[in-house]
Design a protein around this ligand. Structure first.
Ligand SMILES: NC(=O)c1ccc[n+]([C@@H]2O[C@H](COP(=O)([O-])OP(=O)(O)OC[C@H]3O[C@@H](n4cnc5c(N)ncnc54)[C@H](O)[C@@H]3O)[C@@H](O)[C@H]2O)c1
Length: 358
């Protein structure tokens, strides 16, 4: 796309995160506008259309994708519909902002990559955490070489009592593709790889466990439980990921666990000359001076606009310029490859080599 015309967006999925996209993209209304919205539950789409002044409520995703006045679609529906809808949209010549995880599994992710490469349209995965102020600060110091070579990292997010929407699509493998690994682990993988400089992962060793969900324990506040539903995913996962260049990353995630945890997402970066840690809304650099350890705290400014609006702006910039998004189809595939390999390693008890072939 070129010129100064506003980018016209259609939103598929008006639930929790669809509503967040409405709020964030509305802040950028000088350069984009919502022209259509749909949801499997149409009254919700109608309600949001009224709230945000969207002229058209499409009866289905297919009808929305077919509209000539839609340049880009945002897909914010359960994970099993990510590949079918994003492929349809790309084939119809639309740019796509797709919620995480990119695919339900590796096969779905590879299909998205193939179609994106063939159509050449923008496909970006919505990982907002790398757009937060703290990671961007850390990244800029890494790029200046302040931390030296980052040879190892640890990331994770341990919720002590946080199973979302028990019995809904969140906790059904067929619809979600997994538990905390694919829900919150996928964000941590994206953030850690960003800070590590996007190394290529080659092998994975991991274990997953399901001790809380099957007993209807560990329930959190996100989503409304459906006690007649199904819970067949893990509630804890732990893994070691090895990269082509010899660096490594450990990942620990849980929706529910008896652990002394502050429930905050974290990344520790170990560099030869310095380290950095991000934990929730706090961060610091770690180094050594005068033969002593030194910690340098980082504080985000109170008036920072936030990562989600920067993510939205980046998507619009990529649509306009044709640049590859930071969170491309390729990085989405990377996460799906790792997550599936952790499940396989847990089943087999062995290390799993990642198969990058398309
Ligand atoms: N980036 C983030 O921070 C973040 C946070 C939460 C969820 N998510 C992701 O966003 C997606 C949606 O999660 P949510 O929490 O908003 O779920 P949700 O259940 O609140 O909303 C999903 C909406 O999609 C609708 N829907 C379901 N199937 C559909 C289809 N085929 N076509 C059209 N509409 C359909 C449902 O009616 C519902 O309104 C998931 O992929 C999830 O992983 C991302």
């Amino acid at each position: 796309m070129s010129g100064a015309a506003k980018i016209r967006i259609g939103l598929i999925g008006a639930g929790n995160i669809g509503n967040v996209h409405l709020q964030e993209f509305s802040k950028l209304n000088a350069v984009c506008e919502f022209v259509a919205i749909t949801d499997a539950y149409l009254p919700l789409a109608e309600q949001r259309a009224k709230e945000y002044g969207i002229a058209n409520v499409s009866p289905s995703p297919e009808a929305l994708i077919a509209r000539d006045d839609v340049d880009a679609v945002i897909i914010a529906v359960p994970n099993d519909a990510h590949a079918p809808l994003s492929i349809q949209a790309l084939e119809a010549g639309k740019h796509v902002l797709l919620e995480k995880p990119m695919g339900l599994n590796t096969a779905a992710a590879k299909e998205i990559v193939r179609v994106q490469q063939r159509t050449g349209k923008t496909l970006m995965v919505a990982h907002q955490m790398r757009w937060d102020w703290l990671p961007l600060q850390v990244k800029s110091q890494i790029e200046r070489g302040e931390l030296g070579k980052i040879y190892a990292a640890k990331t994770g997010w341990n919720r002590r009592k946080g199973i979302p929407g028990w019995g809904t699509w969140f906790t059904q493998y067929e619809k979600s593709g997994g538990g905390p690994l694919i829900d919150i682990g996928v964000h941590m993988l994206d953030l850690a790889f960003f800070l590590m400089g996007e190394p290529k992962p080659v092998s994975v060793y991991g274990s997953t466990y399901s001790e809380f969900g099957p007993r209807k324990k560990g329930i959190g506040a996100w989503g409304k439980p459906d006690w007649n539903g199904v819970y067949d995913v893990e509630d804890l996962a732990t893994a070691m990921i090895k990269m082509e260049d010899g660096t490594s990353l450990t990942l620990d995630v849980s929706w529910a666990v008896h652990m002394d945890t502050d429930n905050a997402p974290f990344v520790h970066l170990m560099g030869a000359d310095g380290g950095a840690v991000l934990r929730g809304n706090e961060g610091k650099f770690l180094t050594e001076r005068f033969d002593r350890t030194v910690d340098i705290p980082l504080h985000a400014p109170e008036d920072d606009e936030g990562g989600r609006v920067r993510l939205s702006r980046h998507f619009l910039d990529c649509v306009r310029t044709g640049a590859t998004p930071w969170t491309s189809a390729r990085t989405g595939l990377r996460s799906n490859l790792i997550i599936d390999a952790i499940y396989e390693s847990s089943r087999t008890g062995s290390e799993v080599k990642l198969d990058w072939s398309l």
